[in-house]
Design a protein around this ligand. Structure first.
Ligand code: ZN
Length: 446
């Protein structure tokens, strides 16, 4: 018996970590066992390396079509692969058109199929103007529907008021789709911004103060209430506060079908860093206190945070240089460093837990079959990581378009050596090694 590939002697990360070989036939894992007997067309010696399921990033803005000068599916997916990823879910906004109907889905799909180095799923939008298009988005295979409870900053992606959320969640339930919300209260954030501007306040601290914790907590609470009443499956993106996570954990205990994610920037950086980094660290919700950051690690270790997603949302430098910080375009570009941000703290969150929040929980929540775990029958989406390797993240290591990451200069631990997509190496030592071959993933019928 000759396999196509055997990865030998690595520490395989599943529910536990154990030294084993992984045999691959075609695109799939066929066997995981100590010392697999038999030959293979190719062997990789992974001694000293951890064999992780390749990450799935459920929250990126790659901006194709229409704003590819901000990023692009080719560059974004290359950066993801270099950081250990083999699948992303692209958000419906920041591309033009926004993904609000079947035709806009088709336009993005065509670009992703020709340019993506990794597999991909596509989010659809939930806005006041496209409730009659949700069914065609579901038929096309969107992974879920994304709504903004505050202004999105993108003119053609309107905020979902409560009436829209209520009707959208009823429809999403019928269609079997998850609704994901950006949870910040519009009236509070817009009111505080207006007040700051009227007083001539324009600094980083003024921006941070304009998006207080209460704005996030109130919106999470309202989204949970509407989802609970409508029976909709809910996901809260980029939770930045400990109290937000606690609220979600309580709702889940009470039977609401709700999950949440946080991002590496909330786990690694704080409001003080935002003051030093400026535009590179402008995001909404904003960076929080050290106490919140530390509490997020505790929640992660306790399993109360379902995913860690990058929310990679870059823009060209000229959009990040306004004199008034309120006018600086927000968004953190970190798609390449999510896994390393976590492995750097593997004494807090161990490798099996890291694998859950970067792949297993995501595939399960969205019903992406054959992905997210290292098991026979699953896609051979694998990343080999040297957990002992420390390195300084340098700008020239980044493969995304603008390389404006707030994590540059940090010393990280856990270096991605090689990423495989369905059995084929797509990236080695930070260099892309094969042409784009990504395919659409879509949720299994619920
Ligand atoms: Zn986002």
């Amino acid at each position: 018996m000759a396999f196509d590939l055997i990865i030998r002697n690595g520490t395989v990360v599943r529910e536990t970590e154990e030294t084993a070989d992984v045999a691959i036939e075609g695109e799939s894992i066929v066997q995981i066992a100590p010392s697999i007997v038999g030959a293979a067309k190719q062997e990789i010696d992974a001694k000293g390396l951890h064999v992780f399921p390749a990450t799935i990033d459920p929250h990126v803005h790659f901006n194709d079509p229409g704003r590819s000068e901000w990023e692009g599916i080719a560059t974004g997916s290359a950066a993801l692969a270099a950081g250990g990823g083999a699948c992303f879910f692209d958000m419906p906004l920041n591309s033009t058109p926004s993904t609000l109907d079947g035709l806009s889905f088709d336009a993005k799909l065509a670009i992703a199929q020709s340019q993506s180095h990794t597999d991909f799923g596509l989010w659809g939008g939930l806005t006041p103007g496209n409730l009659d298009k949700l069914e065609e988005l579901a038929q096309r295979g969107v992974v879920g529907l994304k709504a903004f409870m505050c202004d999105s900053g993108i003119d053609d992606f309107a905020r979902a008021d409560d009436w829209t959320l209520f009707r959208g969640m009823l429809l999403a339930r019928q269609l079997g789709l998850i609704v994901a919300v950006h949870a910040e209260n519009q009236d509070i954030t817009a009111g505080l911004q207006e007040l700051a501007r009227s007083k001539g306040l324009s600094g980083v601290r003024d921006y941070l103060k304009s998006r207080p914790q209460v704005a996030e907590i109130e919106a999470i609470s309202r989204a949970i209430t509407i989802a609970g009443e409508t029976g909709c499956r809910l996901h809260i993106v980029h939770v930045s506060t400990s109290r937000g996570i606690e609220l979600i954990a309580r709702a889940r205990a009470e039977g609401v079908d709700v999950t949440c994610e946080t991002c590496p920037h909330y786990l690694v950086l704080t409001a003080d860093d935002a003051i030093g980094l400026g535009a590179l660290a402008k995001c909404a919700p904003p960076l929080r206190s050290p106490e919140d950051r530390n509490a997020l690690w505790d929640h992660l270790a306790a399993g109360r945070i379902d995913f860690v997603a990058s929310d990679h949302s870059p823009a060209p430098m000229e959009m990040k240089t306004a004199p008034n910080f309120f006018d600086v375009w927000g968004g953190v570009a970190g798609v390449q460093s999510t896994l390393a941000a976590l492995t750097t703290q593997s004494h807090i969150v161990n490798p099996p837990a890291i694998a859950r929040v970067t792949s297993g929980n995501i595939a399960r929540r969205f019903g992406i079959e054959r992905k997210g775990r290292l098991e026979p029958g699953f896609d051979a989406d694998i990343t080999l990581v040297d957990l002992a390797a420390k390195f300084e993240l340098k700008r020239d290591m980044l493969l995304d378009r603008h390389k404006l990451s707030p994590f540059v200069g940090l010393t990280l631990r856990g270096r991605v050596k090689q990423t495989l997509l369905r059995g084929k190496t797509i990236c080695q030592d930070g260099k892309v090694t094969s042409p784009p071959a990504g395919k659409l993933v879509r949720p299994a019928k619920v």
